[in-house]
Design a binder for this molecule. Structure first.
Ligand SMILES: [Ca+2]
Ligand SMILES: [Ca+2]
Length: 109
């Protein structure tokens, strides 16, 4: 759900074809509001369109991809999980994922 200026923005949640990708997102990146394959990976960055939408990355730019990494954990090395987001966060997916991870590891209050 997306709320803008205290109002529910229904345009952000309309998904006419029910594929999990909102019409505005399909229109913005593929020039049509419906018919985008959720499993396709047009920029070949290893993330399909649904993953790109959920992470807030650009599905047509291979440099825009959400990467999660964690160093090897040993008894003497318990470094926290780090997030490398190659593009500015936009949309709801990445913010939610980062918040979840940050909250789960208590890195950032
Ligand atoms: Ca859709
Ligand atoms: Ca991408």
């Amino acid at each position: 759900m997306v709320i803008t200026g205290g109002r529910l923005n229904l345009a952000k949640i309309v998904d006419t074809d029910g594929n999990g990708l909102p019409d505005w997102w399909e229109q913005q990146y593929f020039g049509q509001p419906t018919g985008t394959s959720t499993n396709a990976d047009p920029d070949q960055d290893g993330e399909n369109n649904l993953a790109e939408f959920l992470s807030g990355t650009i599905p047509t730019n291979s440099l825009s991809v959400l990467k999660l990494s964690a160093p090897a954990i040993t008894r003497r090395n318990c470094s926290p999980l780090t997030i490398d987001h190659s593009t500015p966060v936009h949309g709801v997916g990445s913010e939610d994922a980062e918040e979840l991870i940050q909250g789960a590891t208590a890195i950032i209050p």
